[in-house]
Structures are given as structure tokens and as C-alpha cells.
Design a protein around this ligand. Structure first.
Ligand SMILES: Nc1ncnc2c1ncn2[C@@H]1O[C@H](COP(=O)(O)OP(=O)(O)O)[C@@H](O)[C@H]1O
Ligand SMILES: [Mg+2]
Length: 304
């Protein structure tokens, strides 16, 4: 559905594709969208899951990679407990739910509740494997749910893939935004474009229909201004988001008419438009060498 008279999102076959790095591990993936925030508990996984679901419902071929190696929540939020299998002994088949392809470290753990005590190099190894060895095939969108405090993960990713951009999640109050600002700066340092900002838990409407701004207001707008990217949307606090998340069916799928679901669907459409716009800038702007792969110079872009 078109938003505020804005152009409606292009159909899947008309989507443009991101530029590939030398040895890009995901050549069949047109867009990679990183969902991040410096802070935990703001709703990154809820946003990643519901936006991925909404993209799939809109007809885009979609995958969801749980890059939160320390606190994977995609298995719970999508109610998936199976183990991925390998058909050829080399690549791993992703799991799938409601048409969305899925991969999470949670699928590989004996006890999903056990703490992951991996250190940096192992974490990066796992993430690399999830990109390189998982049979994602042809996708219009691969949404990645990043862990909080994403500095090192964003850095690793930026050396291996050219993500279309990042969606930064925040809650309205200032305490949350302090950490969120840091993740915006990190993206800028490693040249990951910010597609936009999602403000989550923006308000709560009680049974009498009265609106409460439980966590204050203005955080999303402030982060958007700081990052020079649009506010993609505000998602209300609705018990259904958590309840359906805990039950393994994202609210966008379980209750598409709810206010939160409509917000997620609008955000998904704006993400598509922001990705298209980011490709446009790519062509117009200077080429940035972010190759760190074999043969490439291990040169990181310098912060501007
Ligand atoms: N808009 C919302 N309304 C109600 N509950 C929400 C909303 N967004 C997230 N939650 C709940 O808040 C908790 C934290 O969200 P989560 O997506 O796991 O955050 P993060 O990935 O940033 O740590 C979860 O229990 C989730 O179901
Ligand atoms: Mg999470």
C-alpha cells in the first residue's frame, strides 16, 4: 500500500541489486539490511522478524539471519526448533517458516538456553559461515538481526559484504538513544549507509483508548536527525507483539490488522524504497573500496 502519496515500492522483479564485493559470499542476494542498535532490549529482533515477515508477505523473497550469536531470539520468535541439514556435505540448508528462510546459531546449539561462551574469532567464524556456507539462494532481501553493541560485528560484515544499509532501532527515551548514537557513528565509520531509524515502543493505548507515552518521546526523531536518515516509522507498545513473539508467530503474520503490524508493514515498504534510493546513491557517489577479502587491500575506510 502506498504511504502518504509516496511512490509505492517496486515489484520484486524490478528491484535493483547491491554492488558485490570481490569474493562476495552472497552473490544471489539483492539487498542486505542490517538491523542494529547499540542497546539491547529496544526491539531489534522484533523489528528484524516482523519487517522480514512483512517483506515476505509483500511478495519479496526474504531471508532472516540471526547474527546475535550471544542471544539468538529468532528460533523463539519464529517458533522454529529444527536442525539445519546439509544435502551435499558442504552447504547448509536454511530452515524456513512462513516462506522466510532462516538461520540462527540457536538452531545449532544442544541447549538453546545455554550461554554461548565463544570469543571474538569464533563469533566471526560462525557469522562468516552463516553467509558463505548457508544455501540462501536467490533473495530480494536478507535481513540480519545484529547483536547489541555491534561495533565488531558491523566491522566484520563491512569487510566481507556490501550491505545495502542499516536500520537503526531505538526507543523514545534519551537513555536508549545515547548508545544508539554510537552505533550510528560506527556505521558511518565503516561506510554502512543508514537506511533509516525505527522508533519502537513509542506509545501505549490503554483499554479506554487513552494514549500514554510511557518512555517519553523524540528519541527516534533525534537519532534520525543525527544520522541524516529518515524516521521510517514508530511502532506502538502492544502486548500482542511480545505475546505472538513468544508464541513463535510474528504479530505481522498473526494479527496483520493490529496497529503495530500496520506500522511494521509500512516500515517494510519504506525499507524497500530506502534500499532503492541507496543503490541510486551508489552509482552517483564515489566508489568506496571496502574489500578486505583475499587479494583485496585490507584497507578500512577512514571516518569522515
Ligand atoms: N512494540 C512492542 N510492543 C510490545 N512488546 C515489544 C515490542 N517490541 C519488542 N517487544 C518485546 O520486548 C522484548 C525485547 O524485544 P527484542 O526484540 O527481543 O529486543 P532486542 O532484540 O533489541 O534485544 C521482547 O520480549 C519483545 O517481545
Ligand atoms: Mg535481539
Amino acid at each position: 500500500m502506498p504511504i502518504d502519496g509516496a511512490p509505492s515500492a517496486p515489484s520484486p522483479h524490478a528491484l535493483r541489486a547491491r554492488a558485490l564485493m570481490p569474493n562476495d559470499p552472497l552473490p544471489g542476494v539483492k539487498n542486505i539490511v542490517l538491523v542494529m542498535s547499540g542497546k539491547g532490549g529496544v526491539g531489534k529482533s522484533s523489528v528484524a522478524t516482523n519487517v522480514a515477515m512483512a517483506l515476505s508477505r509483500a511478495g519479496y523473497r526474504t531471508g532472516l539471519l540471526d547474527a546475535d550469536i550471544y542471544g539468538p531470539s529468532i528460533p523463539t520468535m519464529l517458533g522454529v526448533t529444527g536442525r539445519p541439514v546439509s544435502m551435499d556435505g558442504k552447504t547448509i540448508e536454511p530452515l524456513a517458516r512462513f516462506g522466510v528462510k532462516l538461520m540462527s546459531i540457536g538452531f545449532l546449539m544442544e541447549d538453546p538456553k545455554a550461554a554461548v561462551i565463544w570469543r571474538g574469532p569464533m563469533l566471526h567464524g560462525a557469522l562468516q559461515q552463516f553467509m558463505k556456507d548457508v544455501n540462501w539462494g536467490e533473495l530480494d532481501f536478507l535481513v540480519m538481526d545484529l547483536p547489541p553493541g555491534t561495533g565488531d560485528v558491523a566491522l566484520t560484515l563491512s569487510q566481507q559484504i556490501k550491505a545495502t544499509g542499516a536500520v537503526v532501532v531505538t526507543t523514545p527515551q534519551a537513555v536508549a538513544t545515547d548508545d544508539v548514537f554510537k552505533s550510528v557513528s560506527m556505521c558511518k565509520k565503516v561506510n554502512i549507509p543508514i537506511l533509516g531509524v525505527v522508533e519502537n515502543m513509542s506509545w501505549f493505548i490503554d483499554t479506554a483508548g487513552v494514549r500514554h507515552e510511557l518512555f517519553g518521546k523524540g528519541g527516534g526523531q533525534a537519532v534520525a536527525e543525527f544520522s541524516g536518515a529518515p524516521l521510517l516509522g514508530q511502532v506502538p507498545l502492544e502486548p500482542a507483539v511480545r505475546e505472538w513473539g513468544d508464541k513463535g508467530t510474528p504479530v505481522v503474520q498473526a494479527a496483520p490488522a493490529s496497529e503495530a503490524s500496520k506500522a511494521f508493514a509500512d516500515i517494510a515498504e519504506r525499507v524497500v524504497l530506502a534500499c532503492e534510493a541507496a543503490h541510486g546513491e551508489d552509482e552517483a557517489g564515489p566508489t568506496i573500496d571496502r574489500s578486505g577479502g583475499p587479494g583485496g587491500k585490507k584497507r578500512l575506510p577512514v571516518a569522515k
